[in-house]
Design a protein around this ligand. Structure first.
Ligand code: NAD
Ligand code: TDX
Length: 333
């Protein structure tokens, strides 16, 4: 059995990866370590309860004894998804981002250094390159993160690399573009706008709505991680992009059209400070290893919209209490 530790496995991408891992790798024994912050949701993993190859541990990657407890029995592969992930929250209060994204990654790296493992996969982001007005970022491009979230992720990305260069730890770094799909917390653009449209609420579009992101279906992200650990080289960085550059206004239009909601529901709101205009990745390095994204954007976003329409039981409980306080403070709507 290959012993796999997935941190942040109760979140959006982590939970997809845990399901994928158990299905695609019958010889993997998966432990999830997750603090269950506001973004971590046990419902994302509840169908796995009782499976012999799966266990869940509640714990914090920034607390060494929690990490040690997760390491009991040994770890062969570690996928570090755990992070504070929302740019707007990082602008309001950066501290948690430094603590989890930087210090938490350091804690995992220290445990890995003392105990050893076969692969440490650091899930980084395309945001570390900063805004890309034209062209595409290759893995050797300068890092120019421009918000506290992306700066904390860049710090963790380079800290992980340093443990490879300095201590020979088998670190792999992936920089993915914007993910979308079922179970994404409804503070991010696509699930926020879908659920607001379903609820007859306005869709708060930042600035002129012309910022561009490259959208990656979450299942394609999971297969990319398989390729990286099967065929990648330790110490290397791999971009993971969907190849779907879209303007925010166009995504918004697609959601509204799909749900039959008029454009009058678009509400232009003040821009995000330091808002990166565009991200775009050159993924030739990962494609050369045989990976290719399989999901067509238009079909997969339509599936995603249908998923939220059919799973109010998943997101309605989230959009209450502390979420509403955050929402009102953030948007003043
Ligand atoms: P998410 O916010 O949905 O989930 C994060 C998970 O981490 C939650 O389950 C949360 O409880 C857990 N967590 C937070 N702090 C923790 C701590 N101190 N200890 C243990 N667990 C903790 O995030 P996501 O969108 O699934 O992103 C997962 C990873 O992928 C992150 O590292 C993020 O930076 C990276 N990433 C995300 C995207 C994207 O578009 N969502 C793109 C590129 C990279
Ligand atoms: O209410 C909104 N209105 C709006 O116009 C929100 C929440 C977003 N936006 C815009 C800002 C961005 O241009 O939509 C775009 C996407 O925003 P987010 O969903 O917040 O994602 P982004 O800031 O691009 O960061 C995401 O991709 C990289 C993830 O949240 C990160 O975790 C990941 O690393």
């Amino acid at each position: 059995m290959t012993r796999v530790l997935v941190t942040g496995g109760a979140g959006f991408i982590g939970s997809h990866f845990v399901h994928h891992a158990l299905e695609a790798h019958p010889d993997w024994q998966v432990t999830v370590l997750d603090k269950l912050t506001y973004a971590g949701n046990p419902a994302n993993l509840e169908d796995l309860e009782g499976q012999a190859r799966y266990r869940f541990l509640k714990g914090d990657i920034a607390i060494r004894r929690d990490v040690q407890a997760a390491w009991d029995g040994g770890v062969d592969l570690l996928f570090n998804f755990a992070a504070e992930t929302h740019v707007d929250r990082s602008i309001g209060d950066p501290e948690g981002f430094i603590r989890t994204d930087v210090y938490g990654t350091y804690t995992l790296l220290e445990e890995a250094r003392s105990r050893g493992l076969r692969a440490f996969v650091q899930i980084s982001t395309d945001e570390v390159y900063g805004s890309v007005p034209s062209g595409v970022s290759r893995e050797d491009a300068t890092l120019l993160p421009s918000n506290p979230y992306s700066a904390s992720k860049a710090a963790a990305d380079r800290l992980a690399y340093s443990y490879h260069a300095t201590y020979g730890l088998p670190v792999f770094i992936t920089r993915a573009s914007n993910n979308y799909g079922p179970r994404q917390y409804p503070e991010k653009l696509i699930p926020l706008f879908i659920t607001n449209a379903l609820d007859g609420q306005p869709l708060p579009l930042y600035g002129d709505g012309l910022n561009v992101r490259d959208w990656l279906y979450v299942a394609d992200h999971c297969t990319a991680l398989d390729t990286v650990i099967e065929r990648g080289t330790p110490g290397e960085v791999y971009n993971v992009g969907g190849g779907n550059e879209r303007r925010n206004i166009d995504i918004t239009g697609r959601i509204l059209d799909h749900l039959g909601v008029p454009r009058t529901f678009i509400r232009y709101v003040p821009d995000r400070p330091g808002h990166d205009r565009r991200y775009a990745l050159d993924c030739g390095k990962l494609r050369a290893l045989g990976w290719t994204p399989r999901h067509n954007f238009e079909a997969a976003i339509d599936d995603t919209i249908r998923w939220y329409a059919a799973h109010r039981d998943w997101w309605e409980p989230i959009k209450s209490g502390a979420y509403l306080e955050y929402y009102r403070t953030q948007y003043r709507l």
